[in-house]
Design a protein around this ligand. Structure first.
Ligand code: HEM
Length: 507
């Protein structure tokens, strides 16, 4: 017997209409926003192809090797333009007004952290490290406030690191510039991040120096997988879990000791050392107190600090070694200031020529051709009415500001004392310091996400260079010829194969 439920369904006209209406609503629900986004993208001029397959190829081959030229070409033609990325677009803006709009935009509209996640995929490597920003606040407030007290530690570690990596010799000694600087920077930075004795542990330092490369390699690898498979790819096909375990092994005894002291004596325990690890153990809440989360934070801060600082120092070192005629004026400045203020943070404040050397070197050789990456969490409208869609990544091209003739006359000429001269003009002091950010100077970003570590970095790098200037004579392999910068995508590295020659100072 055939039951009623097995009979073919008869569909009434009303049911059909309801079905078609639901289908149309569903298609509209997803396709209209998509079409709207495409319209917003289409209104922005593109540099490079616009169809998805050619765009993918362009991003993979041309953009990864010629990003700077492509972005400079776009910025010469347009204030806002887009360049193809492998799966989407990067919107590039330039000039004071756009930078100011970006600076003012709240995080729930243009997000720093979502852009970092989308471009670096950090959460696959460091779990929740991006979720809670208490460590950024610690760098912004606690580290910056403690810099005068920590100066003695920084100086002591600089002397130890240079004596070890560049012992002064009577004849010229040729050293690979970048890797030597990275070793010194890692040691000095970790004096403040984790303290003695770990900051002197070469294996721990190498683990941190290598971490950035591993993140870059790992990111490229997991990008090939669809979203759902990425956590597995990160776990099984990258070296990251192993590195985190190794880092944990180094840090665990120190983390446990600090936790034990807090438990026994409270936060003001006897023998408490001021460093980043101490502060994060003090401040972490809930799950963030676990040893692995604290380890992630140390890796993350090393990631933010070591290569940025090493690149910045190496560039300034190359620039100075290419122009030894400026060394006597710098020596005179460092010697007279140290005579007056001793080796102190206050002394660094008065080394205007040295400060200017770094700012000028960073103006010309910043760490990349774009900065201030943000992700639009909702559609965003710039003050001139330009609209960018939800989900778009937007960045600032730095060259249109840093190489602008109207802002920096003869912008292509490297003038180490350019900013020291501007600072002599009345009222121009603070705004032209190395650490100052503005709509015209965005190497550290600008606004609430401007690099919070720059005050520490400036102290560390200036103290290192002051030591180099007083201790060594320096020169390049080919007199006056700075090894060319190396570009990878939008990142600019000092030449990693180049060398600097050092000998004990003779006069
Ligand atoms: C010369 C060396 C450095 C350079 C050139 C540099 C550059 C930058 C830039 C361009 C940004 C992004 C700004 C933006 O998007 O608006 C940034 C952010 C950041 N930097 Fe640095 N940085 C340096 C050193 C350091 C150091 C030494 C530390 C830590 C001690 C550090 C910690 C951070 C952190 C935590 C952020 C994220 C800020 C936030 O979440 O709002 N940086 N840095």
């Amino acid at each position: 017997m055939i039951t009623e439920s097995l009979l073919p369904l008869t569909v009434t006209r009303t049911q059909w209409l309801a079905f078609v209406a639901a289908l149309v609503a569903l298609v509209a629900r997803y396709s209209l926003p998509w079409m709207h986004k495409q319209r917003l993208y289409a209104a922005i001029p593109a540099i490079g192809p616009t169809n998805p397959i050619s765009s993918y190829k362009f991003a993979k081959s041309k953009f990864s090797t010629n990003a700077r030229t492509i972005i400079e070409e776009g910025a010469r033609k347009y204030r806002v333009f887009r360049v193809p990325q492998m799966f989407g677009w990067n919107i590039i803006v330039s000039g004071k007004q756009y930078i100011d709009d970006l600076r003012k935009a709240p995080d729930d509209q243009l997000s720093f952290i979502d852009a970092l996640e989308k471009t670096m995929l950090m959460s696959y490597f460091l779990g929740s490290a991006n979720g809670d920003h208490y460590t950024t606040d610690i760098i912004k407030h606690q580290l910056a406030r403690n810099l005068p007290n920590l100066f003695g530690d920084i100086r002591e570690e600089i002397l130890l690191a240079f004596e070890d990596k560049i012992p002064p010799t009577e004849d010229w000694t040729k050293l690979p510039a970048y890797s030597t600087v990275a070793q010194v920077v890692a040691q000095v930075t970790n004096r403040i991040l984790v303290g003695v004795p770990l900051c002197g542990n070469k294996d721990f330092l190498n683990l941190n120096i290598g971490f950035t490369m591993e993140v870059n390699k790992g990111r490229q690898m997991i990008q090939r997988y669809p979203g759902v498979l990425r956590p597995l790819a990160a776990k099984y096909f990258t070296s990251m879990p192993k590195r985190r375990e190794q880092a944990l092994r180094y840090l665990l005894p120190f983390i446990e000791e600090k936790k034990k002291s807090i438990k026994e004596y409270g936060k003001d325990y006897p023998g408490k050392l001021e460093n980043f690890l101490t502060w994060i153990v003090d401040e972490a809440r809930g799950e963030e107190r676990s040893s692995i989360r604290l380890t992630n934070r140390i890796l993350m801060m090393n990631f933010a600090a070591i290569h940025t600082s090493s690149m910045t120092f190496t560039q300034a070192l190359y620039e100075l070694a290419a122009r030894p005629q400026y060394i006597p004026a710098l020596r005179e400045e460092v010697e007279s200031v140290v005579e007056r203020y001793g080796w102190s943070k206050m002394a660094l404040v008065h080394m205007n020529k040295l400060d200017s050397l770094f700012k000028e070197s960073q103006r010309i050789n910043g760490i990349g051709c774009v900065t201030m990456n943000r992700m639009a969490l909702k559609e965003f409208t710039f003050s001139d009415g330009t609209r960018i869609p939800e989900g778009a990544i937007v960045s600032v091209a730095s060259a249109p500001s840093h190489l602008n003739q109207e802002i920096y006359p003869n912008p292509d000429t490297f003038d180490p004392f350019r900013f020291a001269k501007i600072r002599e003009e009345e009222g121009q002091g603070a705004s032209n310091q190395f650490v100052a950010t503005s709509n015209d100077y965005v190497a550290f970003g600008h606004g609430k996400h401007a690099c919070p570590g720059r005050f520490f970095a400036a102290n560390e790098l200036k103290a290192m260079m002051a030591h180099v200037i007083l201790t060594y004579d320096i020169k390049l392999e080919e007199d006056g010829i700075k090894p060319p910068n190396q570009w990878s995508g939008t990142s600019c590295m000092p030449n990693t194969r180049g060398s600097v020659l050092f000998r004990r100072r003779r006069n």
